[in-house]
Design a protein around this ligand. Sequence first.
Ligand SMILES: Nc1ncnc2c1ncn2[C@@H]1O[C@H](COP(=O)(O)OP(=O)(O)O)[C@@H](O)[C@H]1O
Ligand SMILES: [Mg+2]
Length: 278
Amino acid sequence: MTQLTTDNHQSRPIISVRNVTACYGDEIIIRDISFDVRAGEIFAVLGRSGCGKSTLFKVIVGLLQSSSGEVIVDGEPVSEVMEDESEKMLRKIGVLFQSGALFTSMTLAENVALPLRRHTDLPEKTIENLVHLKLSEVGLSGYGGFLPAELSGGMRKRAALARAMALDPKILFFDEPSADLDPVTSAELDQTILQINRSLGTTMVIVTHELASIIAIADRAIMLDREEKTVIGEGRPADLMKSEDPRIRDYFNRTPASRAPLSDDVDVPERAVVGPES
Ligand SMILES: Nc1ncnc2c1ncn2[C@@H]1O[C@H](COP(=O)(O)OP(=O)(O)O)[C@@H](O)[C@H]1O
Ligand SMILES: [Mg+2]
């Protein structure tokens, strides 16, 4: 690549997924998937429930072994990393799972300190300072002494984000970050994600079935399809929305014929509704 740009970090792939196929038992869940995530971007993995988003997520972070293909994260093949150098990998990828599970008997500060205590030899005072910094990065300054149960759902999510960021990962993974949040809280979380991406340059990979979120913050996205079991579209959300492919258009338009179950519903912005008359 000889592309000249001041925004150099935007063009280098930090994650390369090459011809990945993954199965549970005999059943193929995702097939021959390839794409790159560029360093510094917010990248979304879209698709309806059950299309294999979480499965792909697990393969990328090394929790599930693919049956063929490979994943390279920051220059290193994932499966090998997980066997030999899982410590190093943990510093590269921070993961926020759907449940976002904080330890309920620990304060926010203790939750955020946990990975620092486990994976570093930093002195206690430094850990305290880092915890303070991480909590302020997600807008939770002054909440370190609170227990998760004393906070709102949105605040718990942000605390889980602070914990995922504790070791300064180059990449943050989110699996359905807005699940179980109301639209306003979910939009606030989007803004926090965007802010962290812009200020720290952290690459973000967001797995979601929500539209509002993606249109607002993702630089690029891929869409998976349950029937095809693979990627059916890739590009900027604004371009995907204009796709000729009826499956992709339907996804963005949520036409009644393809309407997903209620839990999948989100408000579609006015400008997204460009499909055929119904
Ligand atoms: N541990 C598992 N064992 C067997 N099948 C699974 C397992 N996890 C998910 N599946 C199946 O794999 C498919 C894709 O699931 P998943 O990756 O969770 O989709 P998504 O995250 O897009 O909703 C679904 O049909 C689901 O039932
Ligand atoms: Mg999932």
